[in-house]
Design a protein around this ligand. Structure first.
Ligand SMILES: NC(=O)c1ccc[n+]([C@@H]2O[C@H](COP(=O)([O-])OP(=O)(O)OC[C@H]3O[C@@H](n4cnc5c(N)ncnc54)[C@H](O)[C@@H]3O)[C@@H](O)[C@H]2O)c1
Length: 263
C-alpha cells in the first residue's frame, strides 16, 4: 500500500531528544515517514542521535534548545520551518528529575525544575502553536506527562507538581487551540527504562517497589511510549484532544500494595 506510513510527509520537532523517550519518539517518527528536528541541551548526544537517524536514511536535523528559555523554543520552531519547510507536530518532552526531600528543597531548586518541567512545556507549546496558526497548519502537540500527574512520590515534589500542571496545561491548550485545528494531548508513562528512571530503578530495593506497584511486573520500554506518540501525532487520533493516555503497566488501576510473587 502506498504511503502506509502514519506520518508520511509530516514535519516534527521533539525536545529532549538526545536520549530516552525523546530519542525513541524521534526514531519512530522517522520510521513513520516524518522529517524530524531533534533538540536538546546535550548537543553532543543530540547531534549523535540525529547522525544515527540520518545514517538510517531519515530526514533529520539537530539544533540546541533549552526549553526553559522562550526565545530558544521560538527559534526551534522557526528552525523547523527553515530546514524542512513547515511544522505539523511538536513533542514537549524535555524534563529533569529532582529527588530532594520536601523539607530540604531550596527556592532555587524549585524554580529550576519548574522552569524546565512546566514553563518549558508552556514555551514549547506556545511557540509551536504560534508557528502552526501563522501557517494555517492543523497540527498536533504532545506533552510528556507522567503517572506523577495523579499519584505522588514524596521526594519528587516539584516534578510531581509540574506533571499535574502539564495535565491541566494540556486540557487548556486543547480547548484554546481547537478552533485552529490543533489537537493537544499528553502521554502519562509509568516507569520506563531510560536514564532518568534508572536514577531510581538502579537501586534493587527501589526496582522491587516499582514492580510491586506495577501489575504487569516490569518497566516499560521507550518504544512502548513512542508508539502512543505516533498515534497522537497522526490522523488516527483525529477526534482526540485534551486527553492524557497513561501507559503504566496497570499502575494507576492498582489500589493496594501486593507482592510481585502474589500476582
Ligand atoms: N522514564 C520514565 O520512567 C518517565 C516516566 C514518566 C514520565 N517521563 C517523562 O518523559 C520525558 C522524558 O524522560 P526520559 O526518561 O527520557 O528522561 P532522560 O533524562 O533520559 O532524557 C531527558 C532529556 O531532556 C534533556 N533536557 C534536560 N533539560 C533540558 C532543557 N532545559 N532543555 C532541553 N532539553 C533538556 C536531557 O539532556 C535529556 O536528553 C520527561 O518529560 C519525563 O518527565 C519519564
Amino acid at each position: 500500500m502506498a504511503n502506509a506510513r502514519a506520518l508520511n510527509g509530516k514535519i516534527a520537532v521533539v525536545t529532549g531528544a538526545a536520549q530516552g523517550l525523546g530519542r525513541a519518539i524521534a526514531a519512530r517518527f522517522v520510521h513513520e515517514g516524518a522529517a524530524v528536528l531533534l533538540s536538546d541541551i546535550n548537543d553532543k548526544k543530540g547531534q549523535s542521535a540525529a547522525d544515527t537517524l540520518e545514517a538510517s536514511g531519515g530526514r533529520v536535523a539537530y539544533v540546541h534548545c533549552d526549553v526553559s528559555k522562550p526565545e530558544e523554543t521560538a527559534a526551534l520552531m522557526q528552525a523547523a520551518v527553515e530546514i524542512f519547510g513547515g511544522l505539523d507536530i511538536a513533542v514537549a518532552n524535555a524534563a529533569v528529575l529532582d529527588l530532594t526531600d520536601f523539607l530540604e528543597i531550596t527556592p532555587e531548586d524549585w524554580e529550576r525544575v519548574l522552569s524546565v518541567n512546566l514553563s518549558g512545556f508552556f514555551y514549547t507549546g506556545q511557540a509551536a502553536a504560534r508557528e502552526m496558526v501563522d501557517r494555517g497548519t492543523p497540527g498536533a502537540i504532545i506533552n510528556m506527562s507522567s503517572v506523577n500527574a495523579v499519584v505522588a512520590i514524596p521526594n519528587a515534589v516539584a516534578y510531581g507538581a509540574c506533571k499535574g500542571g502539564v495535565q491541566q496545561l494540556t486540557k487548556t491548550m486543547a480547548i484554546a487551540l481547537a478552533k485552529h485545528g490543533i489537537r493537544v494531548n499528553a502521554i502519562g508513562p509509568g516507569t520506563i527504562a531510560t536514564e532518568m528512571a534508572m536514577q531510581i530503578a538502579q537501586d534493587p530495593a527501589a526496582l522491587r517497589k516499582i514492580r510491586q506497584r506495577t501489575p504487569m511486573d516490569r518497566m516499560g520500554e521507550p518504544a512502548e511510549i513512542a508508539s502512543i506518540a505516533v498515534f497522537l501525532a497522526s490522523d488516527q487520533s483525529s477526534y482526540v484532544t485534551g486527553e492524557t493516555i497513561y501507559a503504566d503497566g496497570g499502575r494507576l488501576g492498582l489500589n493496594y500494595m501486593m507482592d510481585v510473587a502474589d500476582q
